[in-house]
Design a protein around this ligand. Structure first.
Ligand code: GLA
Ligand code: ZN
Length: 698
């Protein structure tokens, strides 16, 4: 096991604190005198130190093709500098101006009807945002032109901290330019039509291609084609972002770039996106409520961990809502304390910022009811409950400044691969719920975090040697060479966990032929997964653990949805099925290989059973726990370690369920009061605590 953890310098030396602020749209208010003065007065009062500017400002910056108006933006830069506020300057490519859409129709994306994919695609009208063709040479040219103008004008401004490329990249376009680019991408990937036909298994339903230009649509029955289309769309999106990053790097050297990502956004491989930006940032909108065990609460911790893992370093929380959102069917107010809890939760998992959408609510448009720091009541905003919570949070963030750049000492990793999720989605069958890999990974994440461990979410390309436990939750598609890497990991002492639906297809989406899990994993786990039983939603089976009596893990655990019938060819049986015709057959196995262990979980275990199994597995692998107590799944306990070795322990309760946590050791002090102890922490509704511990003096 390697020890390659280290802390990081702040993203921008001129702004070495936790960034607090966010999406500011003064160009909506240019005809409302006094508003911008009021904004800056309130920013100061609320402890705002960073604004993200110009995200949808293309029409204000370039009202006619080639004619730029920077006066209003110059004014904001000056005010920011005067007030010691930094600016994350956006490129405006997330929303196009009317003149562009009208003069150059090719920039408007073409869409296909999902229910009847064989019908020719249609071109969209100019409306909404985030709907451009990423292939269009005209779009690329016009975007590069405005980006360059911004870089030349503001690239050296002392208030500029970072670039924010576009906004929430996503979607796909089915225009002739995109299809031509897809065909070129295929030629580069396969070289010959023969290789393409082989990879796509086009003998099926007479789909063999005799010429490249026969690739004219995306045919859902050619699953290899769907998988490659998803790869191409991802490639094209990342390439578009890289094009923007190149312009900015060239014309404003030394300023880092980011683009705001979206959790497990299905549209592009964010591990690839991570390679073309300098900083990871993402937009996080938890809808916390008082339902314990809610998907929302847990899903966001997982997404934070994913974002930290993308570049294996701290990230930026680019958007969150200081108040209710406006786009859910029910938009509840944030309960007192919730804003702090969700903000500190992001810091806990690796964010060096708390940024918002939005700084001020507009008077019109479809986001006028979305939470903001400055409300419709204008000057009276400082009396509002949410403003006061934002103001209070800014004081806490100032106290937490030493956390900037601190790392997360994760020794446990879950493997996540966008290509895997696309391949499973593209597959007709086997079972919809099992194709939702985010759901599966979340189950394992939740079961693991109940034991107070930090968890990374890693790509199969990543070096595994830092980890003690690596889990492959339904890693249906295996990238070439990954199975061999798993073998090395286990032989060197690692604990590997495979689940049902792991190792079924190769990188083309073609099934492995010599027994599942394929590509050598059958031998590593010592298991042959012969056939998979998918259950109706109301059906249950049970598994019985086979550990000696007296073990913490005895008795039965309910299983649902997926039950693989496996043969323990060279592995110890740890649990067996209780019911159905496969009663008595193995359901969980473990094989010792070299210095490590390879576990196989053949069925979807109910949460408590899975957590109990992980307790045993983590103990066996000697993974250190952050606290002594086992935690309820909704509580977030995580750690960051600063450059001087000080450890920060975050205890977050995003629900109203009270919890007691036994810390196990008594060296912790409160980060805000600096008081020592107590050893047992009572965490009330929406409570968030931060503790710290100095490294032992050697
Ligand atoms: C996204 C966008 C923002 C805004 C918010 C509203 O994250 O990036 O522009 O629309 O949603 O929640
Ligand atoms: Zn297109």
């Amino acid at each position: 096991m390697t020890n390659d953890f280290h802390a990081f310098p702040p993203i921008q030396a001129r702004f070495p604190y936790i960034w607090h602020g966010g999406d500011y749209n003064p160009d909506q208010w240019l005809k409302h005198p006094g508003t911008i003065d009021e904004d800056f007065r309130l920013f100061k009062q609320a402890g705002i130190n960073m604004l993200s500017l110009g995200i949808f400002s293309w029409a204000s910056l370039e009202p006619e093709e080639g004619r730029f108006e920077f006066g209003w933006m110059d004014d904001i830069f000056e005010r920011a500098e005067k007030n010691g506020i930094g600016i994350i300057l956006a490129t405006p490519s997330g929303g196009k101006p009317n003149w562009l859409a009208q003069r150059y129709p090719e920039v408007r994306r073409m869409v296909r009807h999902d229910d009847w994919p064989g019908v020719p695609p249609v071109r969209e009208e100019q409306f909404r945002r985030h709907n451009h063709c990423y292939t269009s040479p005209v779009y690329r040219e016009k975007v590069a032109c405005i980006d360059r103008a911004l870089a030349e004008r503001y690239g050296k401004h002392p208030a500029l901290s970072m670039w924010h490329i576009s906004n929430e990249f996503g979607g796909q376009c089915h225009c002739p330019l995109c299809y031509a680019a897809f065909r070129n991408w295929l030629k580069a990937r396969y070289g010959t039509l023969d290789a393409l036909n082989e990879a796509w298994w086009t003998g099926f339903w007479s789909h063999r291609f005799q010429a490249w230009d026969q690739v004219q649509t995306i045919d859902p029955s050619v699953e290899g084609m769907v998988l490659d289309w998803r790869r191409f769309v991802s490639h094209q999106t990342v390439d578009f972002c890289a094009m923007e990053a190149d312009v900015l790097h060239k014309h404003a050297p030394g300023i880092p770039v980011t683009t705001n990502l979206m959790g497990f956004n299905p549209w592009h491989d964010q591990f690839q996106m991570a390679k073309v930006v300098d900083v990871i940032s993402w937009d996080c909108y938890p809808q916390y409520h008082d339902r314990p065990g809610s998907e929302e609460t847990q899903g966001f911790a997982l997404a934070h961990c994913l974002n930290r893992s993308l570049k294996d370093k701290p990230f930026i929380l680019m958007e969150s809502s200081p108040g209710p959102i406006n786009w859910a069917p029910i938009n509840r107010l944030l309960r007192p304390g919730q804003h702090r809890a969700k903000s500190l939760q992001a810091i806990a998992h690796g964010s060096d910022s708390v940024l918002y959408f939005q700084m001020r609510k507009g008077r019109g448009g479809s986001e006028k009811f979305h939470g903001a720091v400055i409300d419709h009541c204008g000057a009276e905003t400082s009396k509002t409950r949410m403003f006061r919570e934002v103001e209070a949070l800014s004081k806490d963030l100032t106290t937490l400044q030493p956390v900037v750049g601190a790392y997360t000492p994760a020794r446990v990793a879950l493997v996540w691969d966008w290509e895997n999720s696309w391949a499973l989605r593209a597959s007709s069958g086997p079972l919809d719920i099992a194709k939702d890999v985010v759901r599966t990974i979340r189950k394992h994440f939740d079961a693991l975090r109940r034991h107070g461990v930090c968890i990374d979410i890693i790509h199969p390309e990543r070096d595994l040697s830092r980890y003690q436990v690596v889990v492959l939750p339904s890693l249906y598609l295996l990238q070439d060479g990954f199975a061999e890497k798993c073998k090395q990991f286990v032989e060197n002492g690692g604990t590997l966990v495979g689940t049902y639906l792991t190792g079924i297809v190769n990188q083309y989406g073609l099934t492995f032929s010599h027994g599942w899990p394929g590509d050598g994993l059958r031998r590593l786990f010592g298991v042959w997964d012969e056939e998979i039983d998918y259950l109706y939603p109301e059906e249950r089976n049970e598994i019985r653990f086979q550990f000696e009596s007296g073990s913490a893990l005895t008795g039965c655990c309910e299983v649902r949805n997926v039950c693989s019938r496996i043969h323990a060819e060279d592995a110890t049986v740890v649990a067996t099925y209780e019911h159905d015709f496969y009663a008595g057959e193995p359901a969980i196995t473990c094989r010792k290989a070299g210095k490590g262990n390879a576990w196989y979980i053949a069925a979807e275990c109910q949460d408590d059973g899975l957590a109990a199994l992980y307790a045993k597995l983590l103990d066996g692998a000697n993974v250190p726990r952050l606290v002594a107590s086992e935690l309820p799944s909704y509580i977030d306990v995580t750690e960051r370690i600063a450059a001087d070795g000080t450890a920060y322990l975050f205890l977050i309760n995003p629900t109203k369920m009270e919890t007691k946590i036994d810390l196990g050791i008594d060296e912790w002090r409160d980060a805000f009061t600096k008081e020592a102890g107590p050893q047992t922490i009572q965490l009330g509704a929406w409570a968030s605590r931060v503790l710290f511990r100095r490294p032992a003096v050697k």
